[in-house]
Design a protein around this ligand. Structure first.
Ligand SMILES: Cc1ncc(COP(=O)(O)O)c(C=O)c1O
Length: 434
């Protein structure tokens, strides 16, 4: 029995499924990891992998990246003995550093994406006096009742394209909230206009990942985000961007800057503190000041602005500020994409690799512009590809509707290994088709 299996057998006696987040469950048992170094992780059995999950996109620089660790530890010495409960100079500096990268007017720190989106929803209700929300089909904005809806729905349940059905993303959600949630298709302005117009009197906000990213990487079509901005203004609905994953990694450091569209509110997290616990709500000062500063929406939290979090965020934000780290990852992603698509074409396999700024996903279909296209990616081909990558020591996610990430530590040699492994994995896909 492997050590991982032994740990699993031990863990299930105390922890449901042996994991603290359902997303880490694997068949026949999860990985138990003991070490991270740069782009690599090592499991308890001594198997070393190139990590392409990178803390679900949170780890921007790499595991144990020395320049980050040094800066983080220096920051911690500035608040000796403190943990949480007080405002600090570090938090002021971290907010300033954040707003040097993200073109918002105000920011508040919290801990997780789910908390950040919950704050945003309460702020949007307080600001507009309306109750309900519109979400994008296939987007993941957290696990709370209001947003874990139509996250990875089965194509059997989604209804007509013109009229997407809200599908609960898990058991235990309040069915009244699910039923009152409005779902719109990504990249389809015309249908979104009809649906939002019909529901405008009850919608506080439209919430979307400006790149549909938890199901991989699906970019907005030209004019789509601008169109949504105009539509929301016309209908009196707030526009909210979930930039938890896109933030700091995509070109220009955010979708709001990249596509030059200003949302009323947005949420950030993940890369913001290089894998440490931190999320943020940012936005226009009139919305943020009206509801957060004046206290009409309850924006509180024991751990908001925690010393460890702001120390990590300040270290990460100041290291990434000049954009060079992001640009380096972008070059690597382009190289992987060109190579993958050329090999797939040569082998006659319909497949694309979508990605920017260190984010990526492989789809076994030739065109993806919304959730339903992504869900139509060939499941068998993806499974063969993912298994072959794992066999070659590349840690990837076995399910096809997933998102992968590289970090600054994924240097040229690491990228070469991923490219070579993907070539061999594609050959296996081609062999299986014969
Ligand atoms: C785009 C996006 N929004 C929100 C969340 C929820 O964040 P958290 O897991 O920190 O609650 C996630 C997490 O994966 C995410 O990727």
């Amino acid at each position: 029995m492997t050590k991982s299996e032994q740990l699993y057998q031990r863990a299930i006696k105390t922890v449901p499924g042996g994991v603290h987040s359902n997303s880490r469950a694997r068949s026949p048992y999860p990985y138990y990891i003991k070490k991270g170094e740069g782009a690599y992780i090592t499991d308890v059995d001594g198997n070393r992998y190139i990590d392409m999950i990178m803390g679900n996109g949170a780890i921007f620089f790499g595991h144990g990246y020395a320049p980050f660790t040094t800066r983080y530890q220096e920051n911690l010495t500035r608040c000796e003995g403190l943990t949480t409960g007080w405002e600090t100079e570090l938090a002021v500096e971290a907010a300033e550093a954040f707003l040097r990268i993200i073109p918002a007017e105000r920011v508040r720190f919290t801990n997780t994406g789910t908390e950040a989106i919950t704050h945003v929803m309460q702020m949007a209700r307080a600001y507009t006096g309306k109750n309900d929300f519109a979400l994008v089909e296939g987007a993941y904005d957290g696990w709370s009742d209001e947003v874990n809806i139509s996250t990875f729905p089965s194509l059997k349940d989604v209804g007509d394209v013109e009229n997407p059905v809200p599908v609960p993303g898990a058991g235990g959600l309040d069915p009244r909230i699910v039923a009152n949630t409005v779902i719109v298709p990504f990249n389809n302005l015309e249908v979104t206009r009809k649906i939002l117009t019909a529901n405008k009197d009850r919608l506080a906000a439209l919430i979307l990942e400006p790149v549909l990213i938890d199901i991989g990487f699906v970019e907005p079509k030209p004019g789509y985000l601008q169109g949504l901005r105009e539509l929301c203004d016309e209908l009196g609905i707030l526009l909210v961007f979930d930039e938890l994953l896109t933030g700091f990694r995509v070109p220009e450091g955010s979708c709001q800057k990249w596509f030059n569209v200003t949302p009323d509110l947005s949420i950030f997290g993940k890369a913001i503190a290089n894998g440490h616990i931190m999320a943020a709500v940012a936005g226009k000062s009139d919305v943020m000041e009206t509801v957060a500063s004046k206290g009409t929406a309850s924006f509180v939290g024991t751990f908001n602005g925690h010393i460890y979090s702001v120390a990590a965020a300040l270290a990460a934000l100041t290291l990434m500020e000049d954009g060079s780290a992001r640009e380096g990852m972008e070059k690597n992603i382009q190289r992987m994409k060109e190579h993958f698509e050329a090999t797939a074409k040569a082998l006659g396999i319909p497949a694309v690799m979508n990605g920017r700024g260190g984010h990526l996903q492989w789809y076994f279909t030739d065109h993806v512009e919304n959730y339903r296209d992504a869900a139509g990616s060939n499941v068998e081909n993806y499974a063969i590809f993912a298994n072959a990558m794992l066999e070659q020591g590349i840690m990837v996610i076995p399910k096809p509707l997933a998102h992968h990430a590289i970090s600054v530590s994924h240097d040229e040699q690491v990228i070469d290994r991923i490219i070579a492994a993907a070539d061999r994995a594609l050959e296996k896909v081609a062999q299986s088709r014969k």
